[in-house]
Design a protein around this ligand. Sequence first.
Ligand code: NAP
Ligand code: MG
Length: 402
Amino acid sequence: MIKIRMAVPIVEMDGDEMTRVLWRVIKDELILPFVDLKTEYYDLGLLNRNATKDSVTIEAANAAKKFGVAVKCATITPNKRRMEEYPELTEMWKSPNGSIRSILDGTVFREPIITDKIKPLIKNWRRPIAIARHAYGDVYKAVETITDEPGECFMTFKGASGSDKTVPVQKIDGSAVWRVEHNKESSIRSFARSCFNYAIDTKRDLWFSTKDTISKTYDGFFKKIFEQEFENRKTQFDELGLKYFYTLIDDAAARVMRSEGGFIWACKNYDGDVMSDIVSTIFGSLAMMTSALVSPDGKYEFEAAHGTVTQHYYKYLNGEKTSTNPTALIFAWSGALKKRAELDNIPELSSFGDNMGKSTISAINDGFMTKDLASLSGERIEGISADAFIAEIRKRLKALQR
Ligand code: NAP
Ligand code: MG
């Protein structure tokens, strides 16, 4: 079989634990036999981040900016327990995802991978719903305090020019709790641009919701920026027959439940945190969620939504066969290959990426699945090992590639 040639490399970010193990298997079994794979490899495994004082993460993110398409394995974000587990760590290194996100200035798009075997808990959801979550500010960067006597609170901004703006917040007759939130115009604009670009790219309607009837200034600011950014995309939206739809968050919640799915729902930071967990649970499992970080200038980083699956890794180290679900990792690779194919105009690479997804879904639909899915399927299906599942996918992929 002649292998598919690539023109420009994909930025490959390797990771940790069980996902690192599966990463290798996916490459060896599902990609390398078919594609003359070109990657710029960065080892983001915890030990190499430590050895390079985390410069490898920054280099990988910059490479993603340069080449435009990256694929990332799950990585350990060290905490106190990990510092004990890896005594060689010289620092509690920051989350690589956070570092990459701030360099690419992107928005995270998450969406479920749909199969016939796993039915969403909401019957009318026939197509995936993607959540686009703003990843900066609001309550995540809020300042909070408690006061315990009557008094009055003011909010003061001191401008770099020496200006001074003070607004009264509330007069209070007893103990009270306070919070100040902020967001940056530049960040909201990037968020809006990423959402419109993603909608155009994936040819789906974009919904956006806030509570601007109550939060007229704060949420109104978000709404206005989205409207301004939409003006620049309106022609493209019209040409593709796409809609941009703004509604209140509570109205959106009701409409989403009644919908068939198939659109992108842009959410402010907190709304996106909650809604993406609701959506992923209704559709099934974290191992069946794709995740893509998209920058406002159209750079892509594909990953799985789950972590390094530590519990399974410990079993693997004990020599046990694990039934870890590789679906989201396979889709991350498939997404990156298809994006590369589109940018470099390589149709056979694009159809290969599609076939990776198709053979995975068809294996699941025919009852070959890992334990997590078997238990969700509601049928008496035995879960198989990750290796057996990947071997089954390979068989189907080979048939499709003939
Ligand atoms: P996790 O790795 O997502 O795993 C949590 C549990 O979810 C697993 O124990 C497993 O349940 C189930 N699960 C997740 N993915 C699965 C898969 N592909 N197949 C089957 N079951 C799966 O989350 P965590 O245990 O909280 O975090 C582990 C490490 O991952 C942490 O060090 C964290 O820093 C890191 N993390 C990285 C990322 C990222 O890089 N994107 C994201 C989140 C967490 P059962 O054990 O019940 O089978
Ligand atoms: Mg959350």
